[in-house]
Unconditional design. Structure first.
Length: 444
């Protein structure tokens, strides 16, 4: 019983064949995510949706050649950003990425569009929406488009993943999953946030129905077949499903970007973001933490390959050299530094050792924000960097003493879709049961 899996990331569009009986991931293939459109105003970050579709079809064609009798297609997708389509599913805008910064521009009111939205909603409503508002959030982008008179009535706002699904299924899509509901849910009510729609003129749009990840959302007609397609889920949620995250576990997902998360059965707002998860649960999380993207700045600086860097960091002594990796806007700041340099303490090894210690300190700070009582008994490491940097894991466990485990696969989002396939094929009734099945198959 095979499914095709597609992960629409911000660096690659990646796919694989999932064998949901053998519980294996096969024929992984990837193509680069399209480059942003050039020549746009500073801070604008848009992607041609047809280039995205060309890359998606290239990946799916390769997978279909390996699994011509696939029983379905599953998706995960980058979160944030938005694309508008007409009633036939045809794009009215480019995909405006989560990296877009236009909403930080000053409005006619003398403050940024983003600040105006935040002030109008107030803290309680922002918390009820998950506390996700930032420059590339769909609410911010859609409000900006409405302010500019660019929202066409009866158009539909979609995540990139749901746009891809609609294109494959000729726009006949029955529902979207709550994990990709554009950050526009009223989380305590588990429904769309109708007040936000009305407050910012977004009620002129047609909004899709809400559903879940295991019910068919559309049909892809290809090569004389009709293949069921399931609604995309957020890549963050897919990655944690792949990490087999359970209650009482603190998730550290460390890759190009990084998040720290705790599962909860009830909506409990706080000084963090809250995201809808599968099985009707929630993720209390802090995202956009310095990780691979920031480390790449240092990699380019020293111009050394990763194996050499890792070896040097493991061999180097601890020094008083300091590295602050907040080179990009995030919850811990927007300016980084390398400081306390002397002629004796600066080398490739000491620099990266200091960077790893800074990352560990960041995770400890954020863990205390998620739960000052340390409401976990084990840390779960996932993501490519967590896989290849044991020294980083060591430093984290020094700051956060605990039992730990490492996700069994570097392909955590694809593994998460494999877990979900167990619910789709009827072998499990929910994600928790599916996680136990996959864990048992892996000897866990």
């Amino acid at each position: 019983m095979q499914f095709l899996a597609l992960d629409i990331g911000s660096s690659f569009i990646k796919g694989a064949v999932l064998d949901s009986e053998k519980l294996t991931i096969e024929h992984v293939t990837r193509v680069p995510f399209p480059e942003p459109i050039s020549g746009l105003p500073s801070g604008y970050f848009e992607i041609d949706p047809q280039l995205v579709m060309a890359a998606v079809r290239e990946v799916l064609d390769k997978l279909l050649a390996q699994a011509p009798k696939a029983l379905g297609v599953q998706f995960s997708s980058q979160m944030g950003g938005v694309i508008l389509v007409d009633s036939n599913g045809k794009p009215l805008t480019n995909y405006i990425s989560w990296r877009d910064q236009r909403t930080t521009e000053q409005s006619a009111c003398g403050e940024s569009y983003l600040a105006g939205i935040r002030n109008w909603l107030g803290e309680e409503r922002l918390q009820n929406m998950g506390n996700e508002l930032r420059a590339g959030s769909p609410l911010a982008i859609l409000s900006w488009l409405q302010n500019q008179g660019l929202l066409e009535p009866q158009s539909v706002a979609l995540s990139l993943g749901d746009f891809v699904l609609g294109e494959l299924c000729s726009s006949e899509v029955s529902h979207v999953d709550r994990t990709l509901a554009l950050g526009l849910l009223n989380l305590p009510r588990n429904d769309w946030h109708y007040y936000a729609w009305a407050s910012f003129g977004l009620d002129v749009l047609d909004w899709p129905n809400l559903g879940n990840a295991w019910n068919v959302a559309g049909t892809w007609k290809v090569r004389g077949q009709e293949i069921p397609c399931y609604p995309p889920i957020g890549d963050h949620q897919a990655a944690l499903a792949g990490a087999l995250l359970n209650s009482g576990e603190l998730s550290l997902n460390i890759s190009t970007g990084s998040q720290i998360s705790l599962l909860t059965d009830e909506f409990v707002p706080g000084n963090y973001q809250t995201r809808p998860y599968l099985d009707g649960r929630y993720l209390n999380t802090i995202t956009h933490l310095p990780a691979g993207r920031s480390l790449d700045v240092l990699v380019k600086l020293v111009n050394k390959p990763w194996p050499e860097i890792i070896k040097a960091a493991e061999a180097a002594p601890d020094t008083d050299l300091s590295a602050n990796l907040t080179f990009f806007e995030g919850p811990l700041g927007s300016r980084g530094s390398i400081s306390n340099i002397t002629t004796e303490n600066l080398s490739v090894g000491t620099l990266f050792r200091a960077a790893f210690r800074n990352m560990a300190a960041n995770y400890a700070t954020c863990a205390a924000r998620l739960s000052s009582e340390k409401n976990w008994d084990r840390i779960v490491f996932s993501g490519g960097l967590a896989q290849k940097l044991p020294l980083l894991r060591q430093f984290i466990l020094e700051k956060l003493p605990s039992e730990s485990r490492l996700c069994s696969s570097a392909e955590d989002t694809l593994l998460g879709l494999l877990v979900i396939s167990q619910v789709i094929n009827g072998r499990a009734k929910n994600l928790q049961e599916a996680s136990l099945l996959v864990s048992a198959a892996q000897g866990g």
